[in-house]
Design a protein around this ligand. Structure first.
Ligand SMILES: Cc1ncc(COP(=O)(O)O)c(C=O)c1O
Length: 401
């Protein structure tokens, strides 16, 4: 098993930069806004917290996160939750605790399949419906689970989705929930991009429709761009799963990082300054991400305009043949300085010419640049954003000519 594809791609981009070569960084799923000063203050104020805390998380954090979910239509009490250094750790602990084979949507985020294998289970890869993301096509899921020769116990869904930036239709979520009941599957709903849904798009969480069997995870890595602070929270249904994951956490990470918990309690409490900061960030991502998707469409790619986050997932097959996805990605980077990840990293065939395009880093390389983009009346007119878009169009025209 290799280092996570998205982290490895980031290293390649950094190497090119160090060598003085031009590069458009569209391979790494990193958010692109500075840390809000209120969070810096909260973290600094808690720096002397050097004790081990409660394994599920500090009571103030759990209470704030429970209210955060309750405000989003999922009534929650602190006893339902476990927090950890990142939601990635919680996803793995949950997969391990549930046991059995796991259905993943195709495409889906790079880390789910390796996590399932690390937990000793097999993946059933089930395509999403065209134009949707994050939820396997319910008809195909039913067939795959009924035909499986080993027990299948869980399905992972991503709302909104990475890599596609899309939401599933409410109908797909309803069908998924009904089938999960019939087939006795636990639904693990990764909702880390939930606050980056664009206006007009509708997110229906499986936890609303199948609350007795849905685990929801979230964190601060995307909405507030705190990936390196490592903080995630999982919300469990009634039952033993919460306690099993808590036991696993107590043996693996002991407790979340104490100073970060203090900042996280503030973040989940959503004072107006932070709430409007996330809304503004989502709007900036929407503008840039949609513009990037349109540039791909203009170059002849097939792409559904994203519903959320800073990802889009164009298909270059209408304009490209004779190369595998990894070969095409290597050419795009080597010859045209554009770094994207091929669909094979998200569970597709090697031959797939769909690519995950991550646009979060187009806001700039420094905090000063990122602040300028956040404050701009039109983010697309900020010079380095406009230059990136031009670089992309030029590269695609030359590559697909
Ligand atoms: C779908 C998805 N889930 C989880 C994560 C990781 O979250 P965390 O930083 O909370 O571990 C990412 C980060 O790229 C992601 O895209």
């Amino acid at each position: 098993m290799a280092v996570s594809a998205t982290l490895a791609a980031h290293q390649v981009v950094e190497q090119r930069r160090r060598a003085g070569l031009p590069v458009l960084p569209l391979s790494f799923g990193q958010a692109g806004v500075p840390v809000h000063p209120l969070l810096v203050e909260a973290l600094a104020g808690a720096a002397t917290r050097n004790d081990y805390g409660p394994p599920a998380g500090d009571p103030a954090l759990l209470e704030a996160a429970a209210d955060w979910w309750s405000r989003r239509g999922l009534p929650t009490v602190p006893e339902q939750m476990v927090s950890a250094p990142g939601s990635k750790a919680l996803l793995f602990a949950t997969l391990y605790a549930v046991g059995g084979d796991v259905v993943l949507p195709r495409p889906s985020w790079v880390s789910y399949a390796p996590q399932v294998r690390l937990a000793g289970a097999n993946v059933l890869s089930v395509p999403t419906r065209p134009g949707e993301g994050g939820v396997p096509d319910p008809d195909l899921l039913e067939k795959a689970v009924r035909g499986a020769d080993r027990p299948v116990r869980a399905v992972v869904v991503t709302l909104p989705d990475n890599p596609t930036g899309l939401l599933p239709s409410p109908d797909s979520v309803r069908r998924l929930c009904a089938l999960a009941r019939e087939l006795d599957l636990t639904i693990i709903s990764d909702e880390i991009y939930r606050d980056l849904v664009y206006p007009g798009a509708e997110l229906v969480s499986p936890a609303e429709l199948a609350p007795e069997r849905t685990v929801v995870t979230t964190g601060l890595s995307k909405n507030l761009a705190l990936g390196g602070w490592r903080l995630g929270v999982a919300r469990f249904p009634q039952g033993r799963l919460h306690d099993t994951v808590l036991t696993i956490g107590s043996e693996l990470w002991s407790c979340p990082t104490r100073p970060v918990e203090a900042a996280a309690a503030l973040a989940f409490g959503e004072p107006p300054e932070l709430r409007s900061y996330v809304v503004r960030a989502a709007e900036v991502y929407r503008r840039i991400n949609t513009a990037v998707a349109r540039r791909f469409a203009a170059a002849g790619a097939e792409v559904t305009l994203p519903h959320a986050s800073f990802y889009c997932y164009p298909d270059l097959s209408p304009r490209l043949s004779g190369l595998t996805g990894p070969q095409a990605a290597a050419r795009l980077l080597g010859d045209h300085g554009v770094a994207v990840l091929p669909g094979v990293e998200f569970g597709e065939e090697e031959s797939s010419l769909r690519f995950r395009v991550a646009t979060g880093q187009l806001t700039g390389r420094t905090d000063e640049q990122r602040r300028t983009v956040l404050d701009a009346s039109d983010p697309l007119e900020v010079p380095w954003v406009a230059e990136s878009l031009e670089h992309l169009s030029g590269a695609l025209d030359a590559f697909l000519r």
